[in-house]
Each structure stands twice: as structure tokens, then as C-alpha cells.
Design a protein around this ligand. Structure first.
Ligand SMILES: NC(=O)c1ccc[n+]([C@@H]2O[C@H](COP(=O)([O-])OP(=O)(O)OC[C@H]3O[C@@H](n4cnc5c(N)ncnc54)[C@H](OP(=O)(O)O)[C@@H]3O)[C@@H](O)[C@H]2O)c1
Length: 222
């Protein structure tokens, strides 16, 4: 049994990853901002005799991440971190506000870096651990009306690839997952995707990630 911390675990892909990893007998630490959503997932896991705890945290807040992880590292032995939390704003660049750009960079890039930085000392001390970054095919190629989102996902791909090199003489593994569209609450507040029914379900993608969890680069096209 591993202890796996998943960010953005209250909805969408993070929730499905939490359910799938819990079903395999792992203990899950559910991270996100909305406690009610995290509680729902914890209850779903417990109903099937799985094990999970909630750890509400806004990953854009460097101090909160540091404190939360420092506390968790005293109470839990975290084996794996899945950096999944992310936000997206889509449309012509001139219609994307400065605040939306900041939110994407703060969450998708800085949030992932803060969480990774907070867990890394423990992983280095043990010389073991696994970091999985949920990116997107928007981190592999540019897409129309996804300019700033692509910028954030290319950035986190750069971070991931650089960290792989930085840790190559350790037993810590770092992987990047690049998937196409999924039907999740991610699309609730915009009409960037015309027909959501054509997208993969988050559960389908979560199960594929689990099946390929030892690959360092996982590409899941639509
Ligand atoms: N859906 C797609 O088509 C698609 C395709 C490729 C890649 N992705 C990526 O997949 C990941 C998961 O997205 P999803 O589709 O499952 O969307 P989602 O359902 O909207 O999930 C995103 C999660 O991130 C959490 N989150 C957002 N800001 C946060 C913050 N500051 N601190 C902590 N948690 C935060 C949200 O929870 P709270 O609001 O409670 O904090 C939410 O549970 C994202 O990185 C996204 O970019 C999505």
C-alpha cells in the first residue's frame, strides 16, 4: 500500500484517480480548496472500504502549501504526489484578462512547483518517491484560443523534464502525463468545447494512467 497525495482531488480527473488508486488498496490524501468536494470523495472511498484523508489547501499560496505539507509529513509517509490541480481560460488572447492569465500561471505552474518543492526534501532524504505531473496535450503543441493555457502547460512540461534530469542519479521518479480533452467540470464555465460528449471520460483516462503508471511520459490522445 502506498500513500498518494493528489491535488485537485475533489472533481474531474483528480477524483477519478483518487477512486481508482484507492480501489487498488492505496491510502489517498485528497487536496483541493473546497472541503465539501473532498469530503464527498473521501466518503465514496470509505464506502468501498478504502482509506483517505482530506487536506484542504490552495496550492497557489506558497506558505499554505509549505505548512500543510510540513504537517502531513509528520503524520503520513507520502510515497507519491500527483500534481493534477489546474485551471483553464480559453478564447482569443485579447479576451483573456490579466487576472485569468495570473490564475493559470499561479495554479498550473507555480502551484505544481510549490507542492513539488514541499515534498522533495522528504523524498531526497529517503531516496525514493514518485512525482506525476498531469499536464495536457496543450503542453506538447500550440492550440487555437488556448494561448495562455498552452503557455502554462508548456512551462510545467519544462519543469517536469528539467526535474527528471536533476533527479536522474536518485531513485525518485518524475513523470508527465499529456492527455487530450476529458469531459469534466473543467468545461462547465466556458464553451470552448462544442460537443463534450465526444470527449473521453475522466474515469477512462484515470484507468489508462494507472495502467501506464511506470512510464515516464504518458501521452493519451483523444
Ligand atoms: N478536462 C480536460 O479536457 C483536460 C485535458 C487535459 C488536461 N487537463 C488537466 O487535467 C487536470 C484536472 O482537470 P479536470 O479536467 O479534472 O478539471 P476540474 O474538474 O476542474 O479539476 C481541477 C481541480 O483543481 C482544483 N484546483 C483548482 N485550483 C486550485 C488551487 N488553487 N488549489 C488547489 N486545488 C485547486 C479544483 O478544486 P477546488 O476548486 O476545490 O480547489 C478541481 O478539483 C488539470 O491540470 C487540467 O489542466 C484537463
Amino acid at each position: 500500500m502506498k500513500t498518494i497525495l493528489i491535488t485537485g482531488a475533489g472533481t474531474g480527473l483528480g477524483k477519478e484517480l483518487a477512486l481508482a488508486y484507492a480501489q487498488k488498496g492505496n491510502h489517498i490524501i485528497l487536496v483541493g480548496r473546497k472541503q465539501s468536494k473532498l469530503n464527498e470523495v473521501r466518503r465514496m472511498i470509505e464506502k468501498t472500504n478504502g482509506s483517505a484523508v482530506t487536506a484542504p489547501c490552495d496550492i497557489t499560496d506558497a506558505n499554505m502549501v509549505k505548512q500543510r505539507l510540513s504537517h502531513l509529513n509528520e503524520t503520513e509517509k507520502i510515497d507519491q504526489v500527483i500534481n493534477n490541480a489546474g485551471v483553464g481560460y480559453f478564447g482569443p488572447l485579447q479576451e483573456i484578462s490579466a487576472e485569468q492569465v495570473s490564475r493559470m500561471i499561479d495554479t498550473n505552474v507555480k502551484g505544481t512547483i510549490y507542492v513539488t518543492k514541499a515534498i522533495l526534501p522528504v523524498f531526497l532524504e529517503r531516496n525514493s518517491g514518485k512525482i506525476m505531473n498531469i499536464i495536457s496535450t496543450a503542453g506538447l503543441r500550440g492550440k487555437v484560443h488556448e494561448t495562455a493555457y498552452c503557455a502554462s502547460k508548456f512551462a510545467i512540461r519544462g519543469f517536469t523534464e528539467a526535474l527528471v534530469k536533476e533527479l536522474e542519479n536518485t531513485s525518485i521518479t518524475v513523470s508527465g502525463v499529456y492527455m487530450g480533452g476529458m469531459d469534466t467540470p473543467f468545461w462547465d464555465k466556458n464553451n470552448h468545447v462544442a460537443d463534450r460528449s465526444r470527449l473521453k471520460s475522466a474515469k477512462e483516462v484515470a484507468l489508462e494512467i494507472l495502467a501506464r503508471e511506470n512510464e515516464l511520459e504518458v501521452i493519451i490522445e483523444r
